[in-house]
Design a protein around this ligand. Structure first.
Ligand SMILES: C[S@@+](CC[C@H](N)C(=O)[O-])C[C@H]1O[C@@H](n2cnc3c(N)ncnc32)[C@H](O)[C@@H]1O
Length: 194
């Protein structure tokens, strides 16, 4: 991990945690990815040598920083989508400070709509960190776009198990996928296309 990028991740993570401590409205919180979970997605990008990476839920870009740092090593690119243009503008600043802006293409819009336009079998790693209750409505695109050997990760599997359960059921019922849940951070539902 590049030390300059790690410094930016640490600073933005700490800023997000301070911000959220004083913000009663959940939707206005930054809800940044925990360092352990960031390390997990960073590791998985390396493990599967992911080059085509899709992230749904940029917010202020902490997870994007983890993904983009790994993508620089694999020669990959992150497409990161969010409905919130203002948050994404802040994320772009953070990626620029980290020297990683070239690794990311930001898209403003709905993650499900973006996935619907992605070709079959083309994505190496898909990271879901948006509104969990929306994920089932995006089916079958999360599995359709994954290439064999590709990885899907959904955050908050332990912190919000009932919200993640419908996605877990879809994954478990799909013979193209195998899955497990890791305790890392707030819990990561991880699946790979076989
Ligand atoms: C938990 S935050 C993401 C945190 C970010 N991954 C990080 O580590 O800093 C969730 C984000 O998902 C976005 N979001 C919610 N529903 C969405 C959708 N349907 N499509 C794209 N983004 C969405 C929200 O605007 C919010 O910025």
């Amino acid at each position: 991990m590049d030390a300059r990028v790690q410094d930016v991740i640490d600073a933005v993570t700490a800023e997000g945690e301070r911000h959220d401590a004083d913000e009663p409205d959940r939707l206005k919180r930054w809800r940044v990815l925990e360092p352990e979970a960031g390390r997990l997605v960073w590791f998985l990008v390396h493990l599967v040598k992911a080059r085509d990476i899709v992230e749904i839920g940029t917010a202020h870009g902490v997870s994007t920083l983890w993904l983009a740092e790994a993508a620089r090593t694999t020669g990959g690119q992150v497409r990161s989508v969010d409905l919130d243009l203002d948050a994404q503008a802040v994320a772009l600043r953070h990626l620029t400070t980290a020297g990683l802006a070239d690794q990311v293409r930001f898209v403003v819009g709905d993650g499900g709509a973006l996935l619907a336009g992605v070709p079959d079998d083309s994505v190496d790693l898909l990271f879901l960190d948006a509104e969990r209750t929306e994920y089932p409505g995006w089916w079958p695109h999360p599995v359709r776009v994954l290439r064999p050997g590709g990885v899907l990760i959904a955050d908050n599997a332990r912190s919000h198990p009932s919200e993640i359960a419908p996605l877990r059921r879809l994954i478990e019922q799909d013979s193209r996928l195998v899955t497990t849940t890791l305790d890392t951070g707030k819990g990561a539902l991880v699946a790979t296309r076989i």
